[in-house]
Design a protein around this ligand. Sequence first.
Ligand SMILES: [Ca+2]
Ligand SMILES: [Ca+2]
Length: 205
Amino acid sequence: MKLKAGSFLYYLYVDRLYCLMSVRNTNVLMEYFKLLDVHNKNTLNDIQFYHFMHHTTDLKKKEILQVFDMLDWNARGEISFELFYMLVCILICNEQKMEKQFIYRHSLSVFELLDLDGRHTINPTEFQNSGFLFNLKGHALQQIFMDFDASGDEKLSYKEFQMFAICCIEKQKEAQRMETRKDGTEEQAVKHSIKSIKSIKSIRA
Ligand SMILES: [Ca+2]
Ligand SMILES: [Ca+2]
C-alpha cells in the first residue's frame, strides 16, 4: 500500500519512535476528515472511504473495500476518526519505510486489525489477505507465518504475533544499520575521490 504522488498526506509526519502524529498534524488531519465527512456524522461511509483511498493510495477497489471491512470490524458501515487516524499513520509509516516499527509499537491494534473473524487468532488466510497493508507479500508471508506459529496449530496467537513484531523491529534496525554503513562507505569514497583530485592537481601544479 503506497501513497499516490501529490497526496496531501505527504505533508504529514509521524514521530520515529511511536509512529504517531503530532497534535498539530492530528488537528490538520481532523479538518481533512471533516471535509470528507459531508454528512457531518463524524464517520466515513464506504463510498466516502473508497474515494479517499482511491485518490490517495495505489490500492485496487477490492483491496480498498477489504481495508474498509477490516476497520469496520463491528459491521456498522462506517469508520470513526480514530480508525482513520490509525490508517493514515500506517500509510505514512509505509511511505517512510517504518511499517515494521508501526507493527512493533502497535502490535495489539495491528493484531486486532488482521484478525478479521474476531476469534483472537490470525489464520493463514487472514495473514495472506491483509499483508498488503504493510507491504508484506507472497512467499515471505507464508514463511513468516510458519516461522512464528510456534505451537504449530496453523494460527498465530497474540503471543506468537508479538514475537513476529519483535523480529520485525530487529530486522528494521539491521536494515537501518546497513543503510548507515552504506552511507558511511559512500561518504568515505567521496572523501577519497576529493583527496585524489587534490593530489593530482598538486602534482600538475
Ligand atoms: Ca482470526
Ligand atoms: Ca500458533
